[in-house]
Design a protein around this ligand. Structure first.
Ligand SMILES: CC(C)(COP(=O)(O)OP(=O)(O)OC[C@H]1O[C@@H](n2cnc3c(N)ncnc32)[C@H](O)[C@@H]1OP(=O)(O)O)[C@@H](O)C(=O)NCCC(=O)NCCS
Length: 222
């Protein structure tokens, strides 16, 4: 089972689960190409400095691809919005290496479309083409299905070949709408150990409880 997954992964990622020795675990880690260990953590207001550093380390062009607008400077307001995760209608997670954010992914429920979420992501420029985008989409798949969203949509700018290729390789299909590529596909499957997916779900649920307790979001209706 997990040994097979580790030895014969369907992606370039070698998937290895190691839970943080601290109890309770606060992150899930996965080895990326046998060289680096990526920690996956839920985002929130406390991760704003990490998100700021990530966005500042991205090229203006990569930021434009992510946010659909020119962003010569990173705005505090944008970071605040990204970090306002209630971990239900809007989930946001980070990929960390040695404590620095190297990628982020978000899943937002689509209003009026039950079972559908919209996914968006970014990987720091110096981390491109190492399988991190694929890993973050697998994380999005776990988060989405955990909240009852078997289908994901995405918006990609027509010139964004990297993103269109990534999503297509994960089973998304695109059509042209309103000046951009509109994609949809099944929430990506997790190719790592099932235990790691279970841990992601538990962390996501704990992050939801934290968000409600902190008063950052309204408690769900009973
Ligand atoms: C799109 C993005 C997230 C891809 O991240 P990444 O970590 O480089 O992607 P991966 O290494 O996981 O690539 C997985 C697959 O995607 C495709 N892909 C990724 N980058 C590509 C590129 N520059 N050209 C063509 N295909 C590409 C390939 O099929 C690749 O598989 P391969 O490396 O085995 O050939 C990254 O380029 C990025 O952050 N861009 C700026 C922000 C953005 O565009 N966000 C998406 C808007 S929602």
């Amino acid at each position: 089972m997990s040994a097979t997954t580790t030895l014969d992964p369907p992606s370039p990622l070698t998937s290895v689960l190691r839970t943080n020795p601290v109890t309770p675990p606060r992150r899930v880690t996965r080895a990326l190409g046998n060289r680096s260990e990526v920690a996956l953590v839920p985002g929130g207001p406390h991760t704003a400095p990490l998100v700021t550093s990530l966005l500042e380390a991205m090229s203006p062009e990569a930021r434009r691809m992510r946010f659909f607008q020119a962003m010569p400077r990173v705005s505090e307001q944008m970071v605040r919005r990204m970090c306002a995760a209630d971990h239900d209608t809007y989930q946001q997670w980070l990929a960390l290496v040695d404590g620095d954010a190297v990628g982020e992914v978000s899943v937002a429920r689509v209003d009026g479309a039950p079972g559908q979420g919209e996914v968006a992501l970014a990987v720091r420029d110096d981390w491109h083409r190492r399988g991190l985008g694929r890993l973050l989409l697998e994380v999005a798949g776990v988060l989405a299905t955990n909240r009852g969203m078997p289908t994901l949509t995405c918006e990609v700018q027509t010139e964004n070949r990297a993103s269109a290729s990534l999503f297509t390789s994960m089973g998304f299909r695109f059509h042209f709408a309103d000046g951009c590529l509109s994609g949809h596909g099944p929430s990506p499957l997790w190719t790592g150990e099932p235990e790691a997916a279970g841990m992601l779900r538990r962390l996501a649920d704990a992050a939801r409880v934290d968000a409600v307790r902190s008063g950052a979001v309204l408690a769900p209706a009973a």
